[in-house]
Write a protein that binds this ligand. Structure first.
Ligand code: CAO
Length: 449
């Protein structure tokens, strides 16, 4: 029987990696391709498999040793006539691994498990991918590929598991323990916390937050308890997810709608008998469509690493109903005039209030407008309606003194609040979008340009 040196194979772009886990000991019988140790760079971890089957005679590395390609890991008494195999390690989970196509068949790094990350099968053409942290903490959870695989298989989000091993390393027992506590209801995963809004049963523990305050309100005065409507529960869960997951920024601006409001009032006088009242919101929809066409990233959605630009303009508008907030959608708003938009909005808002909106009338929006103008207030920060990437909040217009270069003149100013997803849109684009929208509202003939 031959003694064989088992060496570190090609480890991609990394010069040196650290031994963080030794999975075998002298005397162990190993099979070809079985993992012998786990090594880690500052970016990822991977397992070093055995190129032969046999008995481990001598370990040549210890924990925390630095090794590189060609370093001898251990000496193996190989099985008689056992053929060597090209060492290929466990499957990665990061999408980035699919893009890596390097010729050498080597160990493949594991990336943090994420529910969103598609599982890619290991292929000999893959090499160690650069790590892209997808965990909510932004930290790469320390765990061996076998533990990652196990966590993936039973659906445990590794980023939320606390490691009990060396330097906080997550072991299989930690994963099992986490799964048990979720089943027992002691712990909520982030996905569960998002499904149930914090405050309505969610305790935020999975987000590392202190518990939601539990107060016996009756101790301080008389109370009345009412269950939330179904719509409120559903919209609450969606709003919470969108508020947590989207890096959102709001830009405030004012638009001069003095002339537009005068035109709206006179149009309504002329059309009194038609029964259709032209609303400011209909003009806003039309103006927003023009701005969306000029700045298409506002009419897009994120899909993994890609941005999907939509060549249709379906505009959602927030409607206040007795049962809670609803967002009916006006389809193909670019193809409709202000009169038709006003009429459709009136019909959809009535349906929303009567609880008669069909699901087709609430889906497919590419951008949303939330108008509180009929009620009051000055600026607010609307929450983006995912998977859209922007939303326009409109407040009540007021007469204000505006400097025209020579004097202050009374102008009707409309407060605009544009919230946008910073992953897709930059602040400069948001400022331009608002400025352009302001120009259109200031002189609606620009829509024709
Ligand atoms: N500034 C000043 N006045 C405004 C205005 C504005 N920006 N927008 C509307 N108004 C006026 C209208 O001209 C109307 O006045 P008149 O009756 O004198 O003509 C009055 O306010 C009422 O308007 P409206 O609210 O009936 O009509 P609308 O087209 O502005 O809005 C709808 C329709 C469905 C959006 C609205 O009824 C609604 O539900 N708004 C609430 C939306 C909401 O809740 N958003 C927040 C979501 S986040 O929780």
């Amino acid at each position: 029987m031959a003694l064989i040196d088992i060496k570190v194979p090609d480890i991609g772009d990394f010069d040196e990696v650290t031994v963080i886990e030794i999975l075998v000991k002298p005397g162990d019988i190993v099979k070809a391709d079985q993992s012998l140790l786990t090594v880690e760079s500052d970016k990822a971890s991977m397992e070093i498999p055995s190129s032969h089957g046999g008995v481990v005679k001598e370990l040549r590395v210890k924990l925390d040793d630095k090794v590189k390609q060609g370093s001898i890991v251990l000496v193996l008494e190989a099985e008689a006539d056992a053929p060597a195999v090209a060492p290929v390690a466990s499957a990665p989970t990061a999408p980035v691994a699919q893009a890596a196509a390097v010729a050498a068949p080597v160990a493949v790094a594991s990336a943090p498990a994420s529910p969103a990350a598609p599982v890619a099968a290991a292929t000999p053409a893959q090499t160690m991918p650069a790590h892209e942290p997808t965990a909510a903490t932004g930290q790469l959870p320390h765990a061996s590929p076998s533990v990652r695989k196990f966590a993936r298989e039973i659906g445990v989000p590794l980023a939320e598991v606390k490691g009990s091993g060396l330097k906080g390393r997550i072991t299989q027992d930690d994963v099992q323990g986490f799964a048990k506590s979720v089943m027992a209801g002691d712990v909520r995963t982030q996905a569960q916390a998002v499904k149930a809004p914090v405050g309505s049963g969610g305790d935020g523990a999975a987000l590392g937050l202190i518990p939601w305050p539990k107060v016996d309100f009756a101790k301080f005065g008389p109370i009345e308890r009412k269950e939330m409507s179904r719509i409120k529960k559903i919209s609450g869960a969606n709003l919470l997810r969108n508020a947590i997951m989207i890096p959102a920024v709001t830009n405030h601006d004012d638009a001069d709608i003095t002339d537009l409001e005068a035109f709206r009032v006179s149009t309504n006088k002329e059309n009194e008998k038609s029964g259709v009242k032209v609303t400011m919101l209909a003009f806003l929809i039309k103006a927003c469509v023009a701005a969306l066409k000029k700045y298409p990233e506002f009419n897009s959605s994120l899909d993994g690493d890609a941005i999907v630009y939509k060549n249709y303009w379906h505009i959602g508008f927030a409607a206040d109903t007795p049962n809670g907030l609803m967002v009916p959608v006006i389809r193909d708003a670019d193809q409709k005039g202000v009169l038709q938009l006003s009429q459709e909005m009136g019909e959809l808002a009535k349906k929303a209030r009567d609880g008669k909106l069909g699901s087709a009338e609430m889906t497919g929006a590419t951008f949303t407008i939330s108008s509180l103008g009929g009620i009051g207030g000055k600026y607010f920060m609307p929450i983006i309606n995912a998977p859209e990437v922007a939303i326009m909040g409109v407040s009540k217009s007021t007469m204000e003194p505006v400097w025209d270069g020579k004097q202050f003149v009374p102008r009707l100013m409309l407060p605009l609040s544009l919230t946008w997803d910073h992953r897709v849109i930059d602040g400069a684009a948001a400022a331009r979008f608002n400025a352009y929208l302001g120009q259109i509202l200031g002189d609606f003939r620009r829509v024709l340009l």
